[in-house]
Design a protein around this ligand. Structure first.
Ligand code: SF4
Ligand code: SF4
Length: 129
């Protein structure tokens, strides 16, 4: 165990720097930095089948039945009365997928997108409509 501990002290971390604020300002600068070894990047881990990431809403399919709003345990789905459509606040979502199971027309699904961290809880990226 002591040997493993000492070995780990001299190995680089297996995780990438996160969040993205540590990345260089432009993609070209990023590539350059990786090539020069200034940034060590491990390959991203592939998400497994059935992964529950950011919700995807197919507005065209939605028939405005409201079932998703009734099953959502975190009150993350707002019903827009005049449009008969919904709006999802990802900052409240617990990624339970109950709404996707309840939707009768498969207008909701879970993507494999999981890099959702932000300092702005009202970011447009966290509103799905
Ligand atoms: S995944 Fe769960 S928490 Fe998120 S919007 Fe659907 S029902 Fe609500
Ligand atoms: S359950 Fe499906 S069809 Fe009904 S309001 Fe929600 S997204 Fe639209």
């Amino acid at each position: 165990m002591i040997g493993e501990l000492i070995r780990q002290m001299f190995r680089r971390p297996f995780t990438n720097l996160f969040p993205a604020k540590y990345a260089p300002s432009s993609p070209s600068r990023f590539v350059e930095a990786v090539k020069k070894g200034e940034i060590k990047i491990n390959p991203p881990i592939e998400t497994p089948p059935g992964f529950r990431g950011k919700i995807v809403y197919d507005r065209e399919k939605c028939i405005g039945c409201r079932l998703c709003t009734k099953v959502c345990p975190s009150d993350a789905i707002e019903y827009i009365e005049d449009k008969k459509k919904i709006r999802i606040y990802v900052n409240r979502c617990t990624f339970c997928a109950q709404c996707t199971d309840a939707c009768p027309v498969n207008a909701l699904s879970m993507s494999n997108e999981f890099l959702l961290s932000t300092t702005d809880k009202n970011s447009k990226d966290l509103i799905v409509e």
